[in-house]
Design a protein around this ligand. Structure first.
Ligand SMILES: [Zn+2]
Length: 434
């Protein structure tokens, strides 16, 4: 705790050095987060429009207005609900890498988000009762000990907080305000983009890269402050259809072919030590996510995930072999497998070509008083898709945790440090490139 205190003091002094008293009336990111949680912005799967929900559009318009009010004059919402804005460099004759900072406006539909009642708690350590019997337990989340002596934004336990990813938006907004208020902070050309529908996996699709006009980007969509993520899963969807032959069970012998049992047989052939609940770190998995069927036909939905490209390919081949074996056993056409790749590990696009993005983020975290760390993401990010679309885009922590849950929290002081980190990144890319 002592260490954290000294870190905080350093960070504040650092800020004073750089910004002086011009920073006095800057809205703090947690204050913005409290305001943003009033917008109910859950996205919805299976809707053929962007954004998938009108509530996101309401939030987008408010954010564009706020950006304009703090001096991002060109901030606007496009026809798909994306908010774009730019901050020109304040370095004369600047020629360097244009960096975009991205965060998503929607929240997960996994927990309720309506009528959130956020509050700020001075966290002394130990268990933190949120309300309605919901308790944030240190034994469940040992990382909480890191926040003892700091302040946490939490809800009353009836909804999620939406710090994923409104904390990211609040930090980018606060960075913009600081940079535009204090011209002694050097910066290259910067772009800001707030995206819809990240939680349903379509946030990166309609991002207009030409309009954004950036050379590289960061998503602010990670959890703890200091996290610099540049590895994601390779991901594919496997859809299996099993075709049975239905006859009266009384006269079924040698004729009936039960699609339900075929699906069960297929699931049973999957290695149990390679499921989400039995793997961690760099271990990939098969996830039997959904199953529906009758004797005549059954449908099984499986997810395939692996950080390693070769193992990823081997997993897909394994399912193809399984399906082929069942077709041998039950007759041609008994099983149909459709494999669709969803996204790939962004590391392939980031390293070694864009090592500087990682190095700059590490240096910025340290300058903001933190300790950078990188963990493989056991999922995807919008940045992974964007990296494959040509915009290299690692992901940075936003100072919160327990995303998608009623137990979600954001740390007030760490959100400040995330803003410090962004100001440092802006300064790094203010340097002219030869
Ligand atoms: Zn997120």
């Amino acid at each position: 705790m002592k260490k954290e205190n000294s870190v905080r003091t350093e960070s504040r002094e650092h800020r004073m050095r750089k910004g002086g008293n011009k920073m006095e009336n800057i809205t703090r990111p947690y204050e913005r987060l409290l305001r943003y949680t009033r917008y109910e912005t859950a996205s919805r799967e299976g809707v053929e429009k962007s954004p998938s929900t009108d509530s996101q559009l309401v939030f987008a318009r408010a954010l564009a207005e706020e950006l304009r009010a703090i001096g991002v004059g060109d901030a606007a919402v496009d026809e798909n609900g994306y908010v774009y804005g730019s901050i020109p460099s304040n370095v004369p004759g600047w020629k360097g890498t244009t960096i975009a900072l991205l965060a998503h406006m929607d929240v997960s539909a996994a927990s309720p988000c309506e009528n959130a009642h956020p509050r700020v708690e001075a966290y002394a350590g130990g268990d933190l009762p949120l309300g309605g019997g919901v308790v944030l337990r240190e034994s469940d989340f040992p990382e909480l000990s890191r926040y003892a002596g700091k302040s946490l934004v939490v809800t009353d336990g009836s909804t999620l907080l939406g710090a994923d990813d409104k904390a990211g938006i609040a930090e980018i907004m606060t960075m913009a305000e600081r940079l535009l208020r204090d011209d002694t902070l050097p910066r290259g050309d910067l772009r800001i983009c707030f995206t819809p529908d990240e939680e349903i996996g379509s946030g990166a699709e309609l991002l207009d890269l030409a309009r954004l006009g950036a050379d590289a980007a960061y998503t602010l969509d990670g959890e703890a402050f200091g996290g610099v993520e540049y590895e994601t899963f390779n991901a594919a969807d496997a859809k299996l259809r099993f075709f049975g032959v239905s006859v009266h069970p009384g006269s079924a012998k040698g004729v009936l072919r039960n699609a339900v049992l075929m699906a069960a047989e297929f699931i049973d052939a999957l290695p149990r030590d390679q499921f989400p609940e039995t793997t961690e770190g760099y271990e990939g998995y098969f996830f039997a996510e959904g199953l529906a069927g009758t004797v005549e036909s059954a449908e099984l939905h499986c997810l395939i995930r692996d950080h390693d490209a070769e193992k990823f390919a081997a997993r897909k081949a394994f399912l193809q072999e399984l399906a082929a074996k069942m077709n041998q056993k039950y007759g041609p056409g008994a099983v149909e497998l459709t494999l669709t790749d969803s996204y790939y590990n962004m590391r392939e696009k980031l390293l070694p070509a864009h090592q500087d993005l990682i190095d700059a983020a590490y240096a910025a975290v340290r300058a903001a008083g933190g300790q950078p760390f990188s963990l493989p993401v056991r999922g995807g990010t919008d940045g992974a898709r964007l990296s494959f679309r040509g915009l290299p885009c690692p992901n940075l922590g936003t100072g919160g945790g327990n995303y998608h849950s009623r137990l979600e929290y954001a740390c007030v002081e760490d959100m400040d440090r995330c803003v410090d980190m962004l100001v440092e990144i802006a300064a790094h890319y203010a340097k002219n490139q030869a």
